[in-house]
Design a protein around this ligand. Structure first.
Ligand code: SF4
Length: 366
């Protein structure tokens, strides 16, 4: 399975004249953008040193915001249709305001204020309103929305979700012969591939008829992004398989269960938003989140939990203490690492991962 390189792929697309919008994490109505022929290139952890962004930000801001701003300040050619800032957290909301009003970029800057809290009449109405407002905003810049195109975009999104759900299920039950690194590379390709190309990639994934050989240790990972490739490689070397995730860039963006095929786009998009798994960035009930995590751990037979925490991520830190406490009360081993999205793995982290893995091996063999 060949996954195109992100930068080369986006450069190639921009050269063909494709409209490309830079989209900050994490939840946004991608289908609306597709219906306007705008490709969403998500910006989570662009490579490169942080040189100029620090001058605009407090020191206690997470590296995702810092790296994203550094990327935006470079005024990259591949982004030609503006930037979209969903309201994921206060830091991203502030960054959107700063980029729009203070720093200033030559491209349009859009915001999308996702509702916080759970599914009820008020949040549903609010979500429908912001979808329609976003549609009107795009119509003033582009053209009136073609309802057929939105329906087609929703159908494409539904197919992608169905494949992702099947792949997640296969991962949990050993029906996928991908290493940790290969698996998360596949998951993250949706951040930059055209939806049709991503669907094509997912269709090539080989889901085994019979469960494959089980690695010695099974782990669930929670956080914003998957662990860096160095950590994933190291876990592969140690014989540890990440069998389930509670990641904002991963399963928290896929509906909890298979939805009916779309017939009314606005209904479909609204329903889809409210059947996403619980997430620290959407507020809501922590017990519900804990229940969801426990169910995933049970279904995947994960023996331990790795919290890979982005430094200074307030929403995640808010839930983390109670999640750890509850898991430990259930005698589930927990390891917490902190990341600044660096590309190496520190000696200290290696030692902690090795010790944690040994603990899990011992549990399995007793
Ligand atoms: S890592 Fe946390 S604080 Fe940073 S952008 Fe993501 S949700 Fe916001």
């Amino acid at each position: 399975m060949m996954i195109p390189d992100r930068s080369e792929y986006l450069k190639g697309l921009a050269q063909t004249g494709q409209k490309i919008m830079g989209v900050l994490p994490a939840l946004y109505p991608r289908e609306l953008l597709w219906a306007f022929d705008i490709h969403a290139a998500e910006i989570w952890d662009p490579p490169g040193e942080i040189l100029h962004a620090n001058a605009h930000l407090q020191t206690t801001i997470c590296p995702i915001v810092k790296k994203s701003l550094e990327f935006i300040l470079k005024d990259p050619d591949i982004i030609n249709a503006g930037y979209l800032f969903p309201h994921t957290c206060d830091s991203l909301q502030n960054l959107g305001t700063q980029v729009k009003d203070l720093i200033g970029v030559s491209l349009p800057v859009y915001t999308f204020y996702n509702p916080k809290g759970s599914f009820n009449n008020t949040t549903i109405k609010y979500y429908r309103d912001i979808l329609q407002n976003f549609q009107l905003t795009l119509e003033t810049i582009y053209r009136p929305l073609d309802p057929e195109k939105l329906l087609t975009a929703c159908e494409l999104s539904h197919k992608i979700d169905s494949h992702l759900l099947a792949i997640h299920q296969a991962r949990m039950t050993n029906h996928l012969s991908l290493s940790n690194e290969e698996y998360f590379k596949l998951m993250r390709a949706q951040e930059y591939l055209l939806p049709a190309d991503y669907l094509n990639l997912l269709e090539q994934v080989d889901i085994l008829d019979q469960p494959g050989e089980s690695l010695k240790t099974r782990l669930m990972v929670s956080g914003i992004l998957p662990p860096t490739s160095k950590i994933l490689e190291f876990l592969d070397e140690l014989g540890v398989s990440i069998v389930a995730d509670d990641l904002l860039a991963g399963s928290r963006r896929i509906p909890k269960f298979s939805m009916d095929a779309p017939s009314s786009p606005i209904d479909y998009l609204t329903d889809r938003f409210f059947v996403l798994p619980p997430c620290s960035t959407r507020g809501g009930d922590l017990d519900e989140r804990m229940h969801h995590i426990s169910t995933r751990m049970k279904d995947s037979r994960a023996q331990g939990m790795l919290f890979d925490m982005v430094k200074f991520c307030e929403p995640e830190l808010f839930d983390h203490r109670l999640l750890v406490k509850t898991l430990r009360e259930k005698s589930i081993p927990v390891l917490t690492l902190e990341t600044e999205l660096e590309h190496h793995i520190s000696g200290q982290d290696k030692t902690r991962i090795e010790a944690f893995t040994e603990l899990l091996f011992d549990m399995v063999s007793t």
